[in-house]
Design a protein around this ligand. Structure first.
Ligand code: SAM
Length: 214
C-alpha cells in the first residue's frame, strides 16, 4: 500500500506516543514487557497498512500486547489516527522495513506473527522481498517463540502458492491451509477482516490462509 506522501507524516509519527521512536528501536530487544508494563505475550503484524486488523485485535484481546509494523509513514499515520480516536494500552507501532525485524525483538520474544495481504513483488528477482519468502521465514524463526505460529492471509493465489512452496525448504509446515477462508465456518470464528480482505472479498476473490509452525 502506497498512499500519497503526506507532508509532515514522518514528524507527526515521531511525536506520537503510540509509535516507538526510531532512535530507540535498538534498545527494544528483550524490553517489550517493560515497554507495555506487563508480561502479556507480544503478537506482531508485519505490513499492517492502515492498522484496522491490529487495532481490532488489540481491542478484542486485552490479554495480548500487539505491535504493528509498517514501512511507510503516510500509511502508518492512518493507524496512529485510529489510535488517537480510540486509544488502546496494548498496541504500539513501529515504522521500519521488516528486513530489520531481528534487531527489534530478541530470540523467542514474539508469541505470534500475522502477515495480511502482503505485497506480491511479482518479479522473480524480487522474490526475497516477499514477506512470506524463505529469507523472511528465517528472520521470523529467530524472533518467534519455539511453539509460536505465523498466520498469513491473501487473495493473491500466485503469492500464496509461492508462500506454500517456501515452507519445506525453510523448515516450516502448515497446520492449517485453505484456499477459501470465508467458506470455512470454523476458521472464520474470530476472523478479523483487514482493509484489503474486505475490499477483495467484496469483489468475489476467495481468500487463502495458512497457519504455520516449525
Ligand atoms: N495488512 C493490510 C491489509 O491487509 O489491509 C495492508 C496490506 S498492503 C497490500 C501491504 C502493506 O505492507 C503496505 O502498507 C506496505 O507498505 C507494507 N509493507 C510491505 N513490505 C514491508 C516491509 N518490508 N516492512 C514493513 N512493511 C511492509
Amino acid at each position: 500500500m502506497r498512499l500519497r506522501n503526506i507532508t509532515g507524516s514522518r514528524e507527526m509519527i515521531a511525536r506520537s506516543p503510540f509509535v516507538v521512536p526510531e532512535e530507540g528501536l535498538s534498545d527494544c530487544p528483550g524490553m517489550w514487557q517493560k515497554i507495555f508494563g506487563n508480561s502479556h505475550p507480544v503478537r506482531i503484524e508485519i505490513g499492517m497498512g492502515k492498522g484496522r486488523f491490529i487495532h481490532t485485535m488489540a481491542k478484542e484481546h486485552p490479554e495480548f500486547n500487539y505491535v504493528g509494523i509498517e514501512k511507510y509513514s503516510s500509511v502508518l499515520l492512518r493507524a496512529v489516527q485510529k489510535m488517537e480516536k480510540e486509544e488502546l494500552p496494548n498496541l504500539k507501532f513501529i515504522r521500519m522495513d521488516a528486513e530489520e525485524i531481528t534487531k527489534v525483538f530478541s530470540p523467542g520474544e514474539v508469541d505470534r506473527i500475522y502477515l495480511n495481504f502482503s505485497d506480491p513483488w511479482p518479479k522473480d528477482r524480487h522474490a526475497r522481498r516477499r514477506l512470506p519468502s524463505r529469507e523472511f521465514l528465517a528472520r521470523y524463526d529467530r524472533i518467534l517463540k519455539k511453539d509460536g505460529v505465523l498466520e498469513f492471509k491473501t487473495d493473491n493465489r500466485e503469492l500464496f502458492d509461492f508462500a506454500v512452496g517456501e515452507l519445506e525448504p525453510a523448515g516450516w509446515h502448515a497446520d492449517v491451509l485453505t484456499y477459501d477462508l470465508h467458506r470455512e465456518r470454523e476458521l472464520m470464528e474470530g476472523n478479523v477482516m483487514t482493509e484489503y480482505e474486505e475490499k477483495f472479498s467484496q469483489q468475489g476473490n476467495p481468500i487463502c490462509k495458512y497457519i504455520i509452525s516449525r
